[in-house]
Design a protein around this ligand. Structure first.
Ligand SMILES: *Cc1c(COP(=O)(O)O)cnc(C)c1O
Length: 394
């Protein structure tokens, strides 16, 4: 092919490990714990890092290497590591680079377990943190301390769908010599590439839209060669590796990411627009709705608005719960990014341990419903929501 860079869909489909002597078309599953050495010299050179190659599947495996090679092309990063879960990715991407005395600034609205790492686990090792607001740039500048080593950001946030200007935070991080780590799970590499705006690390829960079919748990840390080298050392010796089976599933999942995200986003936008006209709904939030306070920013840094829509059911907690109990087609589950549409009520489930004031601070109003829009026909999704909204108000 010519010098022109291949496009996203082509990289997603055509990035494959080398074919074996069986000439298979689809990459096989390499269920092997270790690999044999040609001779003593090769074994020595592999262990000395003088040559690249597989030794043991805790370190690398052809399936996880294929997944990472593909994710690096899709995110525009130099290197990466596949992990057993999204949380393993979040944890090692921070733990590998921080030491006692360091400080982290994170966006206030982050995934619950990431919050637990910062607030409960890291303080045991004398690593402190502050929270800053996604939509208030000055709060980031104020939170920086002389020992601030890392920014951790989630955009769009879960479930409030607030954004941060990636170009702005990328420049702030560079100016202060701080590592910028972006959890890109909600957007996926198809919608947003934080590395293009200066992120040094891009972290993923592959469990969500990357798998997209609700089957496996997995994660990835992607980033610069220099930082991934340290993260790889940490991972190699602590062992949060992804299984070859999950890597095989996830690499195949990426082949369809673009077409799936196009449909998730089209149905999500149509459903958000439709919800805005419903009398039982107080407000709807979706990055590509003109009513979103950061709509222009969403258009600047995201290709499409994503697969998650949030809305507030009139009447608060009780009516929000009534809405969920009235759904017939949509699933009531804690996951997102599945082929099946899923509704959740954060105030009584995922965020029930926070006080009402804490929930308010991260944009979780009492009747808020998080809707992960699936790949069913949009009319059927809307019909089910309509009947549940009617029942929610009785
Ligand atoms: C689900 C999720 C995680 C955690 O990923 P797991 O694969 O469940 O470990 C981290 N960040 C975000 C934004 C998520 O949605």
């Amino acid at each position: 092919m010519s010098e022109k860079k291949r496009n996203f869909e082509t990289d997603a489909v055509r990035t494959q490990s080398n074919r074996t002597s069986f000439r298979e078309h689809s990459t096989p599953l390499y269920l092997t714990s270790s690999f044999v050495f040609d001779d003593a010299e090769q074994a020595r050179a592999l262990f000395a890092d003088e040559i690249q190659g597989n030794i043991y599947s805790r370190f690398s495996n052809p399936n996880s290497t294929e997944l990472i090679d593909k994710l690096c092309l899709l995110e525009g990063t130099e290197d990466g590591i596949a992990t057993a879960s999204g949380m393993a990715a979040m944890y090692i991407s921070m733990a590998a680079l921080l030491k006692a005395g360091d400080h982290v600034v994170a966006s206030r609205s982050i995934f619950g377990s990431t919050h637990q790492i910062l607030s409960t686990l890291f303080p045991r090792f004398n690593i402190s943190h502050s929270y800053a607001e996604l939509n208030d740039p000055s709060s980031w500048e104020k939170a920086i301390q002389p020992n601030t080593k890392l920014f951790f950001v989630e955009t769009p946030s879960n479930p409030a769908l607030d954004l941060i200007d990636l170009e702005w935070i990328g420049k702030l991080a560079a100016k202060h010599n701080i590592i910028l780590n972006v959890d890109n799970c909600f957007a996926t590499p198809y919608l947003q590439n934080p590395a293009a705006w200066g992120a040094h690390l891009v972290t993923h829960s592959a469990t969500k839209f990357i798998d997209g079919q609700g089957r496996v748990i997995g994660g990835a840390v992607l980033g610069t060669k220099k930082l991934i080298k340290e993260v790889r050392f940490f991972a190699r010796h602590t062992g949060p590796s992804m299984s070859p089976f999950n890597a095989w599933i996830l690499s195949k999942s990426l082949e369809t990411l673009a077409v799936r995200m196009e449909r998730h986003c089209a149905t999500a936008l149509a459903t958000a627009q439709w919800l805005e006209k419903r009398g039982e709904v107080v407000y709807v939030k979706y990055p590509f709705l003109p009513s979103h306070p950061q709509h222009a920013l969403a258009k600047k840094q995201m290709r499409l608005g994503g697969g998650v829509v949030t809305f507030e059911v009139k009447g608060g907690v009780d009516h929000g719960r009534k809405f969920l109990n009235s759904l017939k087609l949509l699933s009531h589950s804690a996951n997102l990014g599945d082929t099946r549409s899923i509704a959740t009520h954060p105030a009584s489930t995922t965020h029930s341990k926070l006080t009402e004031a804490e929930r308010e601070a991260v944009g979780i109003t009492p009747g808020l419903i998080r809707l992960s829009v699936g790949l069913e026909n949009p009319d059927d999704i809307q019909r089910d929501i309509a009947q549940a909204l009617e029942l929610s108000q009785r």
